[in-house]
Design a protein around this ligand. Structure first.
Ligand code: ADP
Ligand code: MG
Length: 253
């Protein structure tokens, strides 16, 4: 049974693609108010694990519990409804639209079919509410001065933060981030890390997949390490840095 602080519990999650075991009975959890990093060499099963959590992929085995609601296969809509929101590995903003429009539309689109059509069916009150919420989240992430700028005119670091603002519109308790630091400059990484700490300190949890070791070790409260689909270690950044199994996996034995 989940204790009060457990937001997400992954229990023996398994995913096979034909003969390939991409995720091999992996278990870990994410508690309230914590930043957890999922790391591992290429092909370790990180993206597949993310897709099992968000319901994009159907697990071969195991279960996923969100706030104590246990699923064999949670559908993306259910996952979103229970308070898990995500960003994607590659920036998905519309460059010719403003920051406000991108956040408002993105928030409305989440997990809906016929998204654009339904945007046009919004009545004025709904539209006003959506824009107000989008503006609030843009302020919250510190991009208030860019609200009317075209998304394509922002730096990559700012675009990543716009995507986070979009993910925040559904008021999630857990944010899943897929390689948020990829391609960012040092200063941008620091700004991103500061934002994620601010969100955590405000009561949210973050689960991120990330390649950048410096970023992870500086930011995460806890690190889960996958190798060939199997969890080989879990612990604080300091413990993980010196873990012989982890070092071996990264040196590519
Ligand atoms: P990571 O994100 O850690 O780099 P992935 O989760 O993408 O790793 O992949 C884990 C393993 O599963 C790899 O061997 C990969 O080739 C395989 N895999 C991932 N997705 C598929 C798929 N849709 N079909 C077949 N094999 C896949
Ligand atoms: Mg991947």
């Amino acid at each position: 049974p989940a204790s009060v602080g457990v937001l997400l519990q992954i229990d023996n999650a398994r995913k096979q693609f034909g003969g390939v075991v991409a995720v091999n009975d992996v278990s870990f959890d994410v508690q309230a108010r914590e930043i957890v990093a999922l790391i591992g060499p290429n092909g370790a099963g990180k993206s597949t694990t993310f897709n099992l959590i968000t319901g994009v992929l159907r697990p071969t085995g195991g279960s996923i519990s969100i706030l104590g609601n246990k699923f064999g296969h949670a559908r993306p809509q259910q996952v979103a409804k229970l308070g898990i929101s995500r960003t994607f590995q590659h920036v998905k903003l519309v460059p010719d639209m403003t920051v406000l429009e991108n956040v408002a539309i993105g928030a409305h689109l989440r997990g809906r079919a016929g998204a654009l059509a339904s945007m046009f069916r919004l009545d004025r009150t709904d539209e006003a509410r959506l824009l107000a919420e989008a503006a609030r989240q843009i302020e919250r992430v510190g991009l208030g001065d860019q609200i009317d700028a075209l998304a394509g005119s922002l730096s990559l670091g700012q675009q990543r933060i716009v995507e986070i603002a979009r993910a925040l519109c559904v008021d999630p308790m857990l944010l899943l981030l897929d390689e948020p630091a990829a391609g960012l400059r040092h200063m941008e990484k620091q700004q991103l890390a500061a934002l994620l700490r601010q969100l955590r300190d405000g009561g949210m949890s973050v689960l991120l997949v990330e390649h950048d070791m410096g970023f992870v070790m500086d930011l995460a409260d806890r690190v889960v390490v996958l190798d060939f689909g199997t969890k080989i270690a879990e612990g604080t950044p300091d413990a993980i840095k010196t873990n012989p199994e982890v070092i071996k996996a990264y040196l590519g034995a």
